[in-house]
Design a protein around this ligand. Structure first.
Ligand code: AMP
Ligand code: TRP
Length: 329
C-alpha cells in the first residue's frame, strides 16, 4: 500500500479544473492506498486573503472533498494549519533550498509578474509544499500538470537532505492524469482554467448552478471550423472542451469524435453542458447536506489527529539528524 498526499488551496471557488485534474484522482486513489488530503490554508495566505473568507473557504474545500466522494474513514482530511509540523519542517527546508532554484519556478514568475511588491511567502511557497509532502513520506502526489515543477523541487530537496543527513525522506512521484491534467480557460485556451481569473466566464466553478454552466459553455470560445476533432495544437479550444466532455461523460476522445462526426459544434456544446451538469448537480446537493450537518469540524479534527501522528515522528527524525538537541521525553 502506497502513501498518497495532496492539497488544494482555499483561495476562492474551486473549478472544474481542480475537480478533473486533482479531486477525481484523490477519490480513485483512496481505495487502494493510505491517503492524506489537505486544505492548504497556509499556502493560500501567500497572496492576501480576507480572514472571514479564508475561514469559510477552508471549510468549503473540506466539504467539497467529502461531497466529491472522499471517504473520511479511509482518507485523512485535514487543514494544513492544524498540523504545525508543516511550518516547522518548511523552515528547515528553507535553509536547504537555493535562491536560484526558487527563482526558476514558473508559478512564482506568473504570480509575481507585473507586481512591485511581492510577499516573501510567495517565493518560498514550494519549500512549504515540499514539507507538506515529505513530512508524510508520501510515495505518490496526485496533482495537475502545473504542479510538476514543484514536485521536482520537492524531490531535489528530499535527496539533498538525505545526502547530507542520512536517509530520512521518501522521494515522491507525481501522479498526473494523461487527459485533463490541464483544463484550459473557456475564453482563452492558452491559459489554464483558474479560480483566480477575474473573469468568471472563463471557468466553471464546481458550485455553479446548472443554468450558469449551460450559459458559460454555450459561450465558450471555439474556432471557426466545424469538426469536433481532438487536435490540441491546431484546435486548442474544441480539444479542451472535448477533454472536459471525456471526463464528465466517461467516454474516450475517439468515441466523442465519432459521435459528432459531420455535426458541428452546436449539439456538441449542448450535450457537453448536460454531462457537466450531471456530474456537478449531485455533488452540489451532497455539499449542501454536509455543510448543514456541521460534521466537517469533526472530520477535520479526526484527520488532523491522524496526520499529526505521522508528521510529528518524521519531524523529530529530521531534527535529530540535523543536529537539534531534542527535549528529553
Ligand atoms: P490550486 O487550485 O492551485 O490549489 O490547485 C489544486 C489542484 O488542482 C492542483 O493539483 C492543480 O494542479 C489542480 N488544478 C488547478 N487548476 C487546474 C486545471 N485548470 N486543470 C487541471 N488541474 C488543475
Ligand atoms: N501548490 C499546490 C497548488 O497550488 C497546492 C499544494 C500545497 C499541494 N501543498 C501541496 C499539492 C502538497 C500537493 C501536495 O495546487
Amino acid at each position: 500500500m502506497k502513501r498518497v498526499l495532496s492539497g488544494i488551496q482555499p483561495s476562492g471557488q474551486l473549478t472544474l479544473g481542480n475537480y478533473i485534474g486533482a479531486i477525481r484522482n484523490f477519490v480513485r486513489l483512496q481505495n487502494a492506498h493510505e491517503c492524506f488530503f489537505m486544505v492548504v490554508d497556509m499556502h493560500a495566505i501567500t497572496v492576501p486573503q480576507e480572514p472571514a473568507a479564508l475561514r469559510e473557504q477552508t471549510e468549503a474545500v473540506a466539504a467539497l472533498y467529502i461531497a466529491s466522494g472522499i471517504d473520511p474513514d479511509k482518507a485523512a482530511v485535514f487543514a494544513q494549519s492544524h498540523v504545525p509540523g508543516h511550518a516547522e519542517l518548511g523552515w528547515l527546508f528553507t535553509t536547504l533550498a537555493h535562491m536560484g532554484e526558487l527563482e526558476r519556478m514558473t508559478q512564482f514568475k506568473d504570480k509575481s509578474a507585473g507586481k512591485d511588491s511581492i510577499g516573501a511567502g510567495l517565493f518560498v511557497y514550494p519549500v512549504l509544499m515540499a514539507a507538506d509532502i515529505l513530512i508524510y513520506n508520501a510515495d505518490l502526489v496526485p496533482v495537475g500538470e502545473d504542479q510538476k515543477q514543484h514536485l521536482e523541487m520537492t524531490r531535489d530537496l528530499a535527496a539533498r537532505f538525505n545526502g547530507r543527513f542520512g536517509e530520512c525522506f521518501t522521494i515522491p512521484e507525481p501522479y498526473i492524469p494523461k487527459v485533463g491534467a490541464r483544463i484550459m480557460s473557456l475564453d482563452d485556451a492558452s491559459r489554464k482554467m483558474s479560480k483566480s481569473n477575474p473573469n468568471p466566464a472563463s471557468y466553471i466553478a464546481i458550485m455553479d448552478e446548472p443554468d450558469m454552466v449551460r450559459k458559460k459553455l454555450s459561450r465558450a470560445v471555439t474556432d471557426s471550423g466545424r469538426a469536433v476533432k481532438y487536435d490540441p495544437a491546431n484546435k486548442p479550444e474544441i480539444s479542451n472542451l472535448m477533454s472536459i466532455y471525456a471526463h464528465c461523460a466517461d467516454m474516450t476522445l475517439e468515441e466523442i469524435e465519432s459521435r459528432y462526426e459531420g455535426q458541428g459544434y452546436g449539439g456538441f456544446k449542448k450535450d457537453l453542458a448536460e454531462h457537466v451538469v450531471s456530474v456537478l448537480e449531485p455533488l452540489q446537493a451532497k455539499y449542501r447536506d454536509i455543510r448543514q450537518s456541521g460534521e466537517i469540524h469533526r472530520v477535520l479534527a479526526e484527520g488532523a489527529e491522524r496526520a499529526e501522528a505521522v508528521a510529528s515522528q518524521t519531524l523529530r527524525d529530521a531534527k535529530e539528524r540535523m543536529g537539534f538537541l531534542l527535549p528529553k521525553p
